[in-house]
Design a protein around this ligand. Structure first.
Ligand SMILES: Cc1cc2nc3c(=O)[nH]c(=O)nc-3n(C[C@H](O)[C@H](O)[C@H](O)COP(=O)(O)OP(=O)(O)OC[C@H]3O[C@@H](n4cnc5c(N)ncnc54)[C@H](O)[C@@H]3O)c2cc1C
Ligand code: SF4
Length: 356
C-alpha cells in the first residue's frame, strides 16, 4: 500500500525546515521528535544570539516551530520515537512509540527524512588536557551560550566577573589521535560571535582566541570575524594549547605561539573550549534502525554528494542538517528544504504512477 505522507525524524532546525517545506507545497508531513520540545540544539542548549545579526535564538527558532505547528497538513509528535521501519520507497510502514501507554502505533509513509542532528564532543575524553571536569572555570562554547543568554557571565568557581577569557579552538576536531580528522565548521565562527558578545557584555574584559587556523566562509568571515578584530578588539593568537593548569585562583594556559615559534603561558579567568560536533546518539541509532550507510565518523552518508547532498543509499530515505555532518543553520535549513523536495517528489511520482 502506498502513502501520501512524508515522515521527518528530528524536530531541530533541519527537521523543522524540512517539515515546513513539505507541508507548504501541500503534502502531509509527520514530524517525530524524541524530546518533549521542538527546536533542537539551539533550544536545548539555550543559545544566545544567532549569527549573523545576533537576534535572540529562542524567538527565531519559535518562528520555525510555529510555521510547522500552524500548518494543518503537519502532524507533530513530541516525546516520540521511531521503533521500526519496513518496506520500500512509497510504501514504508513505521512503528512509533510515544507518550502514554497506548502501545506502539503503526503508520504508512512514502518517504522519510532523517534530521536527528549532532552532539557535542565530550571534552573529558582521555586525550584532552584541558581539565573540563576538574576546573569549574573551564567551560564549553555551549556553556557560554547559556550564560550569555541569561545575561550573566561569571566564573563558575567564585561568581566573579572574568577579566581575561580565552577560547581554545579545535577541541575534538581535526584530531587524528581521537579519530575526528574533520573540521567541525562552525566553531571558529561561533567563537568569534561569542567573543563579540563577551566584549559587548563585559567591555573591560580581554578576550583571546587561540587557533590553528581560522576557518570561516560566507558571511561568517566578513560580518563576524573582521568586526570581531577591528571593532571589538578580540585578540586572535595562532597557537596550540597543550594544557590548562590551576595557578592561584586563575588558570594557566600553556602552549606554543606558532607564529613566533616560542612557548607561551598566559593566565586566564575563564577558558572556553570550542568543542566539535559529533553525530548525536539519535543519528547513529536511526541510521542503523533505518539501514542507511554512515561515514566513518558516524554521520549519515549522502552517497550522491555533492550533486545529491541529501540522498542516502536507501531509496526514499533522505537526510538533512547536522545528521549529515557539521553544518551551520544556513546549510541546515537549505538541506532541510532540499530533502523535502526530494521526499515530495517521491510521493508525487508514486501517486502519478498509481493514477495512470
Ligand atoms: C555552541 C554553538 C552555537 C551555535 N550557534 C550558531 C549560530 O549562531 N548560527 C548558526 O548558523 N549555527 C550555529 N550553530 C550550529 C547549529 O546549532 C546547527 O546548525 C543546528 O543546530 C543543526 O540543526 P539540526 O536540526 O540538524 O540538528 P539539532 O539542532 O541537533 O536537532 C536535532 C533534533 O533531533 C532530535 N532527535 C535526535 N535523535 C532523535 C530520534 N531518534 N528521534 C526523534 N528525534 C531525535 C533531537 O532531540 C533534536 O531536537 C551553533 C552550534 C554550536 C555548537
Ligand atoms: S571550525 Fe575552526 S575550531 Fe572548529 S574544527 Fe574547524 S578550524 Fe577547528
Amino acid at each position: 500500500m502506498s502513502s501520501d505522507r512524508v515522515v521527518v525524524i528530528g524536530g531541530g532546525p533541519g527537521g523543522l525546515a524540512a517539515a515546513r517545506a513539505v507541508s507548504d507545497v501541500g503534502t502531509k508531513v509527520l514530524l517525530v521528535e524524541e524530546r518533549e520540545q521542538l527546536g533542537g540544539t539551539p533550544i536545548i542548549e539555550n543559545y544566545a544570539g544567532l549569527t549573523p545579526r545576533g537576534e535572540p535564538a529562542r524567538p527565531q527558532i519559535q518562528k520555525m516551530i510555529d510555521a510547522v505547528s500552524d500548518n494543518p497538513l503537519a502532524d507533530v509528535r513530541v516525546g516520540t520515537k521511531v521503533k521500526s521501519l519496513v518496506g520500500d520507497e512509497g510504501a514504508f510502514t513505521l512503528t512509533l512509540e510515544g507518550p502514554g501507554s497506548q502501545g506502539p502505533e503503526t503508520l504508512e509513509c512514502a518517504a522519510v527524512i532523517i534530521a536527528t542532528g549532532f552532539g557535542h564532543f565530550d571534552p573529558g575524553r582521555s586525550t584532552q588536557m584541558y581539565g573540563y571536569y576538574e576546573f569549574p572555570d573551564v567551560i564549553t562554547q555551549a556553556d557560554l551560550e547559556a550564560m550569555l543568554s541569561e545575561g550573566k557571565v561569571v566564573r563558575p568557581s567564585n561568581g566573579a566577573v572574568p577579566e581575561r577569557i580565552c577560547f581554545v579552538q579545535c577541541v575534538g576536531s581535526r584530531d587524528r589521535q581521537i579519530g575526528n580528522e574533520y573540521c567541525s565548521k562552525v566553531c571558529c565562527g561561533v567563537a568569534s560571535k561569542e567573543a563579540v558578545e563577551l566584549r559587548e557584555t563585559l567591555p573591560d574584559s580581554k578576550v583571546f582566541i587561540f587557533y590553528i587556523d581560522m576557518r570561516m566562509y560566507g558571511y561568517w568571515e566578513n560580518e563576524i570575524y573582521w568586526p570581531a578584530q577591528e571593532l571589538h578588539h578580540v585578540q586572535y593568537v595562532k597557537g596550540l594549547i597543550t594544557e590548562v593548569l590551576p595557578k592561584g585562583d586563575r588558570l594557566l594556559v600553556r602552549g606554543e605561539d606558532t607564529t613566533m615559534g616560542r612557548p607561551m603561558e598566559l593566565l586566564m579567568d575563564l577558558v572556553v573550549l570550542s568543542v566539535g560536533m559529533e553525530p548525536s546518539p539519535g543519528t547513529r541509532e536511526m541510521a542503523s534502525l533505518l539501514g542507511v550507510k554512515q561515514n566513518k565518523y558516524g554521520f549519515i552518508d549522502a552517497i550522491g554528494s555533492p550533486l545529491d547532498p541529501v540522498g542516502t543509499d536507501r531509496k526514499g530515505i533522505f537526510a538533512c542538517g547536522a545528521a549529515l555532518g557539521p553544518a551551520d543553520l544556513e546549510d541546515t535549513v537549505s538541506s532541510g528544504a532540499s530533502a523535502a523536495t526530494r521526499a515530495v517528489a517521491c510521493v508525487r511520482a508514486l501517486s502519478a504512477g498509481a493514477a495512470s
